[in-house]
Design a protein around this ligand. Structure first.
Ligand code: GLC
Length: 740
């Protein structure tokens, strides 16, 4: 429709219709013929209010959504179509690695492509908006939702946020096989105190602007069509009712004029937070903050009319919200085609699209991080002296839930397990496969957001599993163990105070290590883990996160050397949970301590652990090695008008081809406020064949040196700087330069 037609429609709508557009319900309200009475009564909604709702979430399927849309539009006075939204975070039918793993690829192009494929699959299933990307900066491995982020670095998150939104939205959300992105959670949700889910967030204004907000700003600039509020408080004001944040920064400073949707029930939770006396006040606060859609509560539906009558909320405010929603529906083309790309045939296809799963298998090694390798990997495909037989042991050999906490629409039986992939290989040497234990401890019935996981074995059965595993380890030359936390141990509501591999699995690991030291461990998780003990006793550790549909194939491709791991950590792995939050770009403090240097007590350190994480941001090994040298600057002074170029030679000094992530960090030695010890400002993933050398260049501009000064002005300040280039955030190859 044309702009003026939207305006005319808006004018013609009743107040009830307008308020209805701000209501979002799940498909359960529309599932059976007319309307489900249960949820409706529970929310004290009338049948008419349900019929006036503007959007539906969490229900998918071309046939189902077409049916709901048809029935709904018949009843809708102006036949305004519904918008269908869902959490497609790392894939719809073809599930890709969790975002924290995608961040490890240091290849935003992979994020773009996986987002594009996900858009195609979900659009065919009738979805119009995805509640993705999540661009929250994360530094606390205790928090369960770190798995949804691309990590601890602002610059890396910005690159991935842009790529995801462009992948989902393409040349326009109305184009075929594209959807609207809903960037979340605005803002600062990734740093709850204690890593505890939904807890308050306490960051300084400068840290908020310096570290947390830039990725959201990049998402707005990339054209995200929707922004979701976050559950947490910022400055002790819940974001969903925070005018300064939602209107002041998002709309007025950044010029965002798209739709804002609350997180689930977050408007009603303003009461729980203690900033709204009742639903009336909650409705008022959220409207003043410019929140357009009320996800799954009745606050707007039941109270906006009174707010309008009292003049607390104006019709202009309501019209502005409704206009943004109608405008998005129009951009999606829903007035012309309310079903958009819904295609039943695609939905009922017997298995995921082969091209999509092929791409998934291809990119997975780029997200796997080789944390340790004493040479045991890659395994030989043919029997050799050191490896004439292999024992595959661990619960993740058979685990099919390998897609992460948000893989609602994945059909688990389509996921390739490690066991399946090993058997497909028809190895030319004897091997065994033993589960050894279950992913979750005995007696645990664990409820996640996608159902529950139960350890089905009796103690006797578990004893037999373990005995068989140890016996198989004794017989074999090499052991490959597949261990990790179940996907329900992370994701929303998945905060942990310990970040180790579950103890019952560690008992299995110790028992195996007792009888065979030649162990390579494949670890699965939705967060950085405390891997100290595994690091001590295993000869190799390949961290694969939750890889998705093609898990088994890709893990075996890497274990047997058909592909090399080229992931680099997007989030630091702590030495232990006591270090958390731990991240590379910290401040110097007044008593900087480098492990092992000072014996004096009075430095910024612990008496019972090092400062250094077990594995730092940007770290990862390969099946080959790289040498950096010849760091050259083409000048030693940067000005506003004249950048300088940094070049470095990177040589593959090993025997195998590989991909290195060349990283450039900058350090501002003195500023009007304390500055981080270094910050990632550039990276390039480069393929190098054995012996090959390439010269990689980066440009240092004055803009890269800007920060929020004492008066919160975003400026650069003349002075001394250092540039570091290398393969992780500990890079030592450096040079000095000035900003003048
Ligand atoms: C959840 C999550 C949010 C998700 C929404 C809809 O509570 O916080 O990320 O998109 O509800 O499922």
């Amino acid at each position: 429709m044309k702009e003026e037609q939207i305006r005319e429609l808006l004018e013609d709508m009743s107040t009830e219709e307008k308020i209805g557009q701000l209501l979002q319900l799940t498909g359960a309200f529309y599932a059976d013929e007319g309307l489900a009475t249960g949820p409706m009564q529970q929310m004290q909604l009338s049948q008419e209010q349900v019929e006036q709702a503007g959007s539906v979430l969490s229900t998918v399927g071309a046939a189902t959504l077409k049916k709901i849309q048809t029935a709904y539009m018949e009843k809708q006075p102006h036949h305004i179509p519904l918008m269908f939204m869902a959490d497609v975070i790392n894939g719809y039918r073809t599930v890709f690695p969790i975002p924290l793993a995608l961040g490890c690829s240091f290849e935003p192009e992979i994020m773009r492509k996986t987002s594009e494929i996900s858009a195609r699959e979900m659009a065919r299933a009738g979805v119009h908006v995805t509640f993705s990307p999540m661009v929250d900066l994360v530094r606390d491995a205790r928090w369960g939702r770190v798995m949804e982020s691309t990590g601890e670095d602002t610059y890396l998150n910005r690159c991935f946020a842009k790529a995801a939104i462009e992948g989902y939205q393409g040349a326009g959300v109305g184009t075929k096989d594209h959807v609207a992105a809903c960037m979340k959670h605005f803002a600062g949700y990734g740093s709850p105190v204690g890593g505890r889910e939904y807890n308050q967030v306490e960051v300084s204004e400068r840290s908020l602007f310096e570290d947390y907000l830039p990725a959201y700003k990049t998402g707005v600039d990339a054209g995200t069509k929707m922004v979701m509020t976050s559950f947490n408080t910022l400055g002790r004001i819940p974001c969903t009712g925070n005018q300064e944040l939602m209107k002041g920064i998002l709309r007025e400073q950044w010029g965002y004029d798209g739709v804002v949707i609350s997180d689930w029930a977050a408007i009603h939770e303003l009461i729980e937070h203690g900033v709204a006396r009742d639903e009336d006040e909650a409705a008022y606060l959220a409207m003043q903050a410019g929140v357009d859609i009320d996800m799954m509560t009745n606050v707007y539906a039941l109270h906006l009319k009174d707010q309008l009558a009292s003049g607390k909320v104006t019709m202009d405010q309501l019209d502005a919200a409704v206009y943004r929603i109608l405008n998005l529906k129009n951009e999606l083309g829903l007035f012309e085609n309310p079903f958009k790309d819904a295609d039943e045939s695609y939905d009922e296809s017997k298995k995921p699209d082969g091209e999509h799963t092929k791409y998934a298998r291809e990119i997975l090694p780029e997200t796997f991080v080789l944390l340790k390798n004493d040479g045991i990997l890659p395994l030989s495909k043919e029997p050799v002296d050191t490896c004439k037989s292999i024992a595959f042991i661990g619960p993740f050999m058979k685990e099919i839930d390998v897609c992460g906490a948000w893989s609602f629409f994945n059909r688990k039986e389509e996921n390739v397990t490690l066991e399946q992939a090993v058997n497909e290989r028809e190895l030319s040497m004897p091997y065994t496969i033993e589960e050894g234990c279950h992913t979750v401890p005995y007696g645990m019935r664990f409820v996640g957001i996608r159902g529950e996981v139960v350890n089905p074995y009796t103690p006797e059965e578990l004893g037999v599993l373990k005995a068989n595993a140890v016996a198989s380890a004794k017989q074999a030359d090499v052991v490959v163990m597949a261990l990790g936390e179940h996907s329900f141990f992370s994701g929303e509501g998945g905060a942990r105070t310990q970040i180790t591999i579950p103890e019952h699995q560690m008992e299995l690991f110790r028992a195996v290590a007792e009888v065979n030291p030649n162990i390579a461990v494949v670890t699965f998780s939705g967060r950085p883990l405390d891997l100290r003990e595994v690091n001590e006793k295993a000869k190799a550790i390949l961290h694969v996160w939750f890889p998705g549909t093609e898990t088994g194939h890709a893990v075996m491709d890497v274990l047997f050397g058909d592909a090399s791991p080229s992931g680099r950590l997007s989030m630091s792995f702590p030495y232990c949970v006591g270090q958390v939050p731990v991240y590379y770009n910290e401040l110097h403090t007044g008593r900087q301590y480098i492990d092992g240097t000072e014996t004096s007590r009075f430095f910024s350190k612990y008496i019972d652990a090092p400062n250094h994480p077990l594995y730092v941001f940007g770290y990862g090994l390969d099946y080959t090695e790289y040498r950096y040298d010849n760091l050259v600057l083409d000048g030693n002074q940067v000005t506003k008008d004249r950048p300088i170029t940094v070049s470095v030679d990177v040589t593959n000094v090993g025997k195998r081809a590989g991909k290195e992530v060349v990283q450039m960090y900058l350090q501002d030695l003195v500023g009007s406020v304390a500055r981080p010890v270094r910050e990632l400002k550039g990276f390039e993933k480069v393929a190098l064949s054995a012996g090959e050398k390439k010269t990689i260049t980066f440009t240092i501009t004055e803009e890269m040196l800007r920060f929020y000064d004492r008066n919160m002005n975003y400026v650069s300040e003349p002075g001394e700087f250092k540039v570091y280039v290398g393969g992780n955030s500990d890079a030592e190859l450096s040079a000095g330069f000035q900003l003048v």
